[in-house]
Each structure stands twice: as structure tokens, then as C-alpha cells.
Design a protein around this ligand. Structure first.
Ligand code: SF4
Length: 347
């Protein structure tokens, strides 16, 4: 599949003001050296505990917040170098669906105005052509023409999220970032919205960066999965590999907590001790070392590098130090990443 998005060594730090004079003497390491690629028609799921940096990664990629460093290449173009006008033009290809369908819709606007707004900002269409596009898009997400004149408060949570999806798709983007798009919905409608997103991907050739803390949701929608911990991706692989053979101790612990839907089978729970450390002062060495059940002396001093532990399976952990380093320059595809001829170093 052709590459759509390459994220290379993305960094986002937030300054923290302390003291009477409000001096900046600390920073929150929200995202630290995050790299991945996303192909056309692919869904990459980003999963991790609350506060691990997955939403900040999504917002940084769209430049809804300005990254501190790194590169974000969309269709080969580094969008972090773009001036406001070219960025505005590119934004029509990159859209977002937020978690909260209640808060992200203007209660004073009708559905038609809400879904039409991106067209007014980005496309020179006549009023009649805009109405046709809005109607088509509403039909795609399972809403009816009579919904055009209604206001957000007249809809259920699932229908409001469908309006948000329609607003994101009305410009026919290539990439959609879903920031916990089903987390605020009742369980009964969650599956319907997920199925809708999967169907729309096929129909419109979309790529999704799908952000969620819910391992079951990520498994259902993703082709590949990146597991984040304290601002870093610690494991990245095809969805089947992650769920069948998790390699990183953090991923193993996360998956061990997922209930098995079979009373005859049980899974040994791996307990992680302590809380997630503060991102203002992340632990030295491996960031997971204060909580890791497999910690070794080297983990306290040296940060592990990302390595190709198996085919298409990257992991950031000293347990895999004998494997090849996955290194810059960032490869054109995951399979190239694992080709030794493109590696910049080895263990
Ligand atoms: Fe655990 Fe060490 Fe691996 Fe970190 S590098 S996850 S502390 S074994």
C-alpha cells in the first residue's frame, strides 16, 4: 500500500510555569521521539493509558498544536514547514473526529450549517452544490434529509457522533484522526459507529489514525497497533501479532488485564506496580523501569532503542537488544524498515 503519512521523531513538550514570577523551569514531555508510518486505506491504532501522549500525537500531526520537533510528512510534504496558507489548503485532506460529540457541535447551528461549514471554508461551491454534497454525506453516515434542519440537541449521542463524522468527511479527506471517537458513546451504539467507520474507510479509501484507551476497540478497527507509554511508542506491529504475541512487558501487562470471553479459559494477570510517573520528570533509562516486572540493571541507566524483534514487529525494550536497531532515516514502508540494507545500525 502506498505511504500516506510518515511521522519521524515527533516531539511535543509543554513548558510548565512555576514560582512567583511564572518562570519556565520545567516541561511536560508529552510526546518524545514518536515515529511511525501510515499507508493509504490503513488504520493504525494508538493505544495506551490516559495521559500517555496519544491524543497529543494526533493533535501535533494535524498541527492543531505546534510540535516541538520532528517531521510529519503527508504525501511526501513536511507539513511542519508549511506556511499558514498552504497548511490551510492541506487541512482539507486531514480531518479529525473528537471524543465528545456533545461539546464539539455548535448547539446554535442546524445540522446543515454544521456539515456545510468546512465546504464554505475550503471549496468554492454554489449553494446548490453544497446542499447536494451535505445531503450525500449525511446519507453516507446513516442520517436522513429531514435531519438537515434540526439542531444537535434533538439527536442521540450516536447520531451526534454521526454528524461529527459527516462534518469530517464532507471535504472527502485522505486521513482522519479519531481521538477516542466512540469512548463517550453507550456500549449499545459503539459497535454501530465502529462498523460505520470501517465501512466508510472501504467506500472512501480513508486512512485512520485511531486513538483509544480501549484494547477491544483498537483490535476491532486497526490493521496495525502502536502501544504508547509515557510519551513514547514502546511496541508497533500488525494487530494479530500484538494481540497473539505481545513482546513488550507493558503490552503484555495491558493485555493480561483484558477479560477472556470464555469461562473455561483463564489468563494469568500481570500486575503493574505503582502509578504512571510524572511526564514532567520521566524516569532515566527505560521510562517503564519503575513498574516493569522484568527490569534489569541496564534498564535503569540506558534508554532502550527501537528494534525489529520480528518481521514487522518493533519494540523498545532491552530484552530485545540482540535484534537490529530500527533507525533513521525513516524507511518508506514497514517492510523496508526491517530490511537490513536500510538499517542505520545494528545491535
Ligand atoms: Fe522492562 Fe527493561 Fe524492557 Fe524497560 S527495557 S520494559 S524496564 S525489561
Amino acid at each position: 500500500m502506498p505511504e500516506l503519512l510518515d511521522v519521524r521523531h515527533l516531539v511535543k513538550h509543554f513548558p510548565v510555569r512555576r514560582g512567583l514570577l511564572g518562570r519556565r523551569n520545567a516541561k511536560v514531555h508529552a510526546v518524545d521521539d514518536v515515529s511511525f508510518s501510515l499507508a493509504e486505506n490503513e488504520t493504525l491504532g494508538l493505544v495506551g493509558e490516559s495521559g500517555c501522549g496519544k491524543s497529543t500525537t494526533g493533535f501535533s500531526i494535524l498541527r492543531l498544536i505546534e510540535p516541538t520537533g520532528g517531521e510529519v510528512r503527508f504525501q511526501g510534504q513536511n507539513i511542519l514547514m508549511l506556511d499558514p496558507e498552504p497548511l490551510r489548503r492541506l487541512r482539507r485532506k486531514m480531518q479529525i473526529v473528537f471524543q465528545d460529540p456533545f461539546g464539539s457541535l455548535n448547539p446554535r447551528l442546524t445540522v446543515e450549517r454544521i456539515v456545510e461549514e468546512p465546504l464554505l471554508n475550503h471549496e468554492a461551491l454554489s449553494a446548490a452544490a453544497r446542499r447536494v454534497r451535505v445531503k450525500e454525506t449525511l446519507e453516507m453516515v446513516g442520517l436522513l434529509p429531514e435531519h438537515l434542519t434540526r439542531f444537535p440537541h434533538e439527536f442521540s449521542g450516536g447520531q451526534r457522533q454521526r454528524i461529527c463524522v459527516a462534518r469530517a468527511l464532507v471535504l472527502r479527506p485522505k486521513l482522519v484522526v479519531g481521538d477516542e471517537p466512540v469512548s463517550a458513546l453507550d456500549v449499545s451504539v459503539r459497535a454501530q459507529v465502529l462498523n460505520l467507520l470501517v465501512e466508510l474507510q472501504r467506500r472512501l479509501n480513508l486512512s485512520y489514525l485511531f486513538i483509544s484507551h480501549d484494547l477491544a476497540v483498537i483490535r476491532y478497527v486497526s490493521h496495525r497497533v502502536g502501544v504508547m507509554y509515557l510519551g513514547q511508542i514502546v511496541e508497533l506491529a500488525d494487530v494479530k501479532a500484538i494481540y497473539a504475541r505481545p513482546l513488550h512487558p507493558y503490552t503484555r501487562a495491558l493485555l493480561s488485564a483484558v477479560p477472556v470471553p470464555d469461562p473455561r479459559r483463564s489468563r494469568q494477570r500481570i500486575l503493574i506496580k505503582g502509578d504512571v510517573p510524572s511526564p514532567i520528570d520521566p524516569p532515566p533509562g527505560c521510562r517503564f523501569h519503575p513498574r516493569c516486572p522484568e527490569v534489569m540493571p541496564v534498564c535503569l541507566e540506558q534508554a532502550p532503542l527501537t528494534r525489529a524483534a520480528e518481521l514487522n514487529h518493533l519494540v523498545r525494550c532491552h530484552l530485545y537488544d540482540r535484534h537490529d536497531v530500527w533507525n533513521s532515516p525513516f524507511p518508506a514502508s514497514t517492510s523496508d524498515a526491517l530490511n537490513p540494507s536500510t538499517q542505520g545500525g545494528s545491535a
